[in-house]
Write a new protein. Structure first.
Length: 284
């Protein structure tokens, strides 16, 4: 799948260069709209305040799958700047502000994949304010000092939109980056949101989530099963409490190091692994 791999790498670089800092996610919208315009049948929804949902047609006989990522980057510049951020490719990795340019690029590369006619219909869910860093460390760098915002508000707003518009997916896969490998390559799968959310979930949701995790592990036996915090917790919590039917919510994450700092690195091999897992799952 060299074409899929190269497409994702190119998209990640373009996305990583945009200074879409927390609460200024709309700076990425024109690029995303341009990419969506190149996908036949794609429909873009703007969800207040700065979230995007893209519907991608697929095999209508299959249940819809959501691919999720967050638009916001931590502001390490120390001021509001519209200058492109540094991004480079070297020695088997990308280096730049990659959390979560990697997830957005992977999701959009799959949406653009020429093989997508084999996929189920897709929902690309791109959220604001996944990062809590700015609210905790530097609220003065956020729009209106972060007033009215909280960590995960974007995923909450997207979940509410999908429920209101009766566009719920069958499966919700968040693509982010994980610090759990401490500088070595690897890909992690989080598949138990209820452990962090401290909530009760139905037997149906547990079984559905376990089946999804098992399938991904079969596709890629080296996957590390773990757990951590990101928007997958928000989608899991919101859908579990309000959707009225079981939706499997997981996160699939390539390693990143250093984490929440300048010069973040993500291995190209891990990006390819995530793409291959998702392509195999969506094509099955």
């Amino acid at each position: 799948m060299p074409l899929l791999h190269s497409s994702a790498t190119s998209l990640i670089k373009d996305i990583a260069a945009v200074p879409s800092f927390s609460s200024y996610e709309e700076r990425l919208h024109p690029l995303i709209e341009q990419i969506a315009a190149s996908i036949p049948g794609a429909v873009v929804h703007h969800v207040p305040d700065r979230n995007i949902v893209i519907e991608i047609p697929g095999n209508a006989s299959l249940p819809t799958v959501a691919l999720c990522a967050h638009l916001d980057k931590i502001n390490h510049v120390g001021e509001d700047s519209l200058e492109p951020l540094s991004i480079r490719e070297s020695m088997g990795y990308l280096e730049g502000q990659l959390d979560d340019a990697v997830g957005v690029g992977i999701a959009l590369a799959l949406a653009k994949n020429p093989r997508r006619h084999k996929y189920p219909p897709l929902l690309i869910l791109l959220s604001e304010m996944e990062e809590s860093w700015g609210l905790k460390k530097s609220p003065h760098l956020l729009r209106n000092n972060g007033e009215g915002l909280h960590h995960g508000i974007g995923a909450e707003r997207i979940a509410a939109f999908l429920m209101e518009k009766d566009k719920l997916p069958n499966v919700c896969i968040t693509i982010d980056t994980t610090p759990l490998f401490g500088g070595t390559p690897g890909v992690a799968l989080y598949a138990a949101h209820w452990e962090f959310n401290k909530c009760e979930v139905s037997t149906g949701e547990r079984l559905k989530t376990e089946a999804l995790a098992k399938k991904m592990k079969e596709i890629s036996p080296d996957l590390m099963i773990s757990n951590n915090t990101n928007d997958y917790l928000v989608y899991g919590r919101e859908f579990s409490a309000k959707a009225g039917r079981p939706i499997a919510c997981v996160a699939l994450e390539p390693a990143i190091f250093p984490y929440h700092q300048t010069g973040e690195r993500v291995y190209l091999r891990d990006i390819r692994t995530v793409l291959d897992i998702l392509d195999a799952y969506l094509s099955a």
